[in-house]
Design a protein around this ligand. Structure first.
Ligand code: A3P
Length: 305
């Protein structure tokens, strides 16, 4: 069911997410070559999965040229199949997957806050975490739209007003929230060990995706060579994973992804893909309130969102 629960370490989620996180913590054994994407839902997870997959596999799965891009696995399998969520797809109440045979580097994703990550992810040197943070107002609007369209209305419930969604958000009652604790947890981990935790902002990725792809490649130990730079590989990765391209692909238009909390069309992960759409939904007063909470929570952390 989709009822909300509170994890003992202070965050909220459906039962599936909480149990999945606990089973992952108990059973996942990290390797030094693992890379884990961590995000709040609706913060650019699908985009980062695609960028990471394309970057890591670019040598055996070339991205340059229309033909190469057309045959790329991202076209046919979809980002959520290629990089699976620990707590939604891999570990559940009654399933512990065998991940030993997966080739290195293994790529995973999670929405779980830093404090509740599988302990072996944190303890294993070399195992890396890529975090993507998004402006809280855009995260909220994206989440509100997604939950209404793909869960509430489908389940015969009234859509939630944006005002009601904002109230819940401010009270910390969003999946894997409170938002601020989630962001700060990964921000502090990044500050403590930037080689372990990479910290990206969705808005900055939008401003300069190529620079972020380069940083990502360096972070995972696969920097682009000068031949690759000259051959346009960085731009090809960016192009392959662009919003327009991914939204237009056949598996996006026709496919569905199954999570234990429900089945959603792949198109649900591609709504607008812009910065600042909150302005079309949130009142100036609501926006000011969220900004004030954010400024208060992040004060002294060195983090400005
Ligand atoms: P919007 O609802 O604001 O459009 P997630 O993947 O974490 O669920 O995040 C979904 C959000 O990322 C949606 O935001 C979606 O449109 C946006 N998004 C998906 N793919 C993207 C891409 N390739 N580039 C930029 N934004 C993308």
């Amino acid at each position: 069911n989709n009822k909300f629960y509170r994890h003992g370490q202070g965050w909220h989620c459906s039962e599936v997410g909480i149990v999945g996180a606990m089973v992952t913590d108990a059973c996942f054994s990290a390797r030094p070559s693992d890379v884990i994407i961590a995000t709040l839902p609706k913060s650019g997870t699908t985009w980062m999965k695609s960028l990471l997959y394309a970057t890591v596999h670019r040598r055996e799965r070339p991205v340059v040229g229309a033909a190469a891009a057309d045959q790329h696995p991202l076209n046919s399998w979809g980002p959520h199949d290629l990089i699976k969520f620990f707590e939604y797809q891999l570990y559940t109440r009654d399933r512990v997957p065998d991940l030993d045979r997966l080739p290195d580097p293994r790529l995973f994703a999670t929405h779980v806050p830093f404090v509740s990550l599988p302990s072996s992810v944190v303890a294993t040197p070399g195992c890396k975490i890529v975090y993507v943070c998004r402006d809280p107002k855009d995260h909220l609007v994206s989440l509100w739209d997604f939950v209404n369209k793909y869960f509430r209305v489908k389940d015969g419930l009234e859509p939630l007003s944006v005002e009601a969604a904002a109230e819940l958000f401010c009270a910390g009652l969003t999946p894997f929230g409170p938002y601020w604790d989630h962001v700060l947890g990964y921000w502090r981990a990044h500050r403590a060990d930037p080689d372990k935790v990479l910290f990206f902002r969705y808005e900055e990725m939008q401003r300069d995706p190529a620079a972020h792809v380069r940083r990502l490649a360096e972070f995972v130990g696969l920097p682009f060579s000068s031949e690759e730079e000259d051959g346009g590989v960085v731009d090809a990765v960016v192009g392959l994973c662009s919003f327009e391209r991914m939204r237009g692909m056949a598996p996006t238009k026709g496919g569905r992804t199954e999570f234990p909390i429900g089945v959603v069309p792949n198109s649900s992960f591609f709504r607008q893909g812009v910065v600042g759409d909150w302005v079309n939904h949130l009142s100036p007063e609501m926006a000011r309130r969220i900004d004030a909470i954010t400024a208060d929570k992040f004060r002294g952390s060195g983090l400005v969102v």
